[in-house]
Design a binder for this molecule. Structure first.
Ligand code: MTE
Ligand code: MO
Length: 263
């Protein structure tokens, strides 16, 4: 598989790249200046919540990709297989209030409000080079919290060998679910030790902003050593299992998208 890494800065990116780095400096200096004014228009339009979040311990010293590229070239088959269409189509998704069902091999199961989960999981920033879309590695400053820390709060039993994640099923809004490009709802999974790896991350934001809907709001997985398809968006269910979950992509193409496919 061809991998195109965007390590060189394109001329079109220089402005926002400079703005981004400048913005970090401003944040670090806690200068009380309106940093929102420096953001690209699309980012400015979003709720600004996360400006004071500390950089996490596993971040790389990497040049972030242009925000516009990360937000406007996505894979979200619930809306469209076209990488540029989900930006508009996903605007109709209601991401608040949001609850997550926790099921299976754990002591603390039930339905939890995302807000309550966030109270127990302080946000940090992780700058990952991430296989966002096949053949395209982007460097994204994610905002969120480690997956493993959250999973432990549900006290998985010794039978919990895997974790299965499920995306919302709502074909009225997620119009791509009216087609059969994938088996809906989208399901992904990790072996429990992969899930507990400190790099595995749950994102609620990126570039100091609330996560755009097309990138998986309100909660999406980021597994930087796996192909993009593992990083499931709009999670509504987490299930601890003894057996390997049947995932949407492994049903579609088991040889190409196997459960353990690494980058
Ligand atoms: N629910 C859901 N999650 C998903 C997908 C999807 O179609 N639906 N696509 C996956 C694929 S194939 C990739 S490459 C990444 C892309 O993440 P990005 O769009 O934020 O770059 O999301 C993954 N998560
Ligand atoms: Mo992908």
């Amino acid at each position: 598989m061809l991998i195109k890494e965007r390590t060189s800065i394109l001329s079109s990116e220089i402005t926002s790249e400079a703005i981004f780095l400048n913005r970090r400096k401003l944040i670090k200096a806690a200068a009380g200046i309106s940093v929102a004014a420096l953001l690209p228009a699309s980012a400015r339009a979003q709720v600004k919540k996360y400006a004071q979040v500390p950089v996490g311990p596993y971040s790389g010293a990497l040049q972030p990709t242009d925000y516009e590229d990360v937000a406007n070239y996505t894979n979200y088959y619930e809306f469209s297989t076209d990488k540029k269409s989900s930006t508009v189509l996903a605007k109709n998704l209601q991401t608040s209030p949001w609850s997550i069902a926790v099921e299976g091999e754990a002591e603390k199961i039930g339905v939890f409000n995302l807000e309550d989960i966030l109270k127990n999981n302080p946000l940090e920033e992780r700058i990952y080079r991430f296989r966002c879309v096949e053949a395209w590695a982007m460097v994204v400053p994610w905002i969120g919290f480690p997956l493993g820390t959250m999973l432990k709060q549900f006290k998985p039993t010794s039978k919990a060998k895997f974790v299965e994640f499920t995306t919302l099923y709502d074909p009225k809004v997620m119009i791509g679910q009216k087609t059969n490009v994938l088996a809906w709802p989208y399901v992904e999974g990790l072996r429990i030790d992969e899930a507990m790896n400190p790099l595995a991350f749950l994102a609620t934001g990126m570039y100091d902003e609330t996560l755009p809907n097309q990138n998986g709001a309100p909660l999406r997985l980021v597994v930087p050593w796996k192909y993009g398809f593992k990083s499931i968006k709009a999670i509504v269910k987490i299930r601890f299992t003894e057996t390997m979950p049947a995932t949407a992509w492994s049903k579609m193409g088991p040889s190409e998208y196997g459960f353990y496919a690494n980058v």
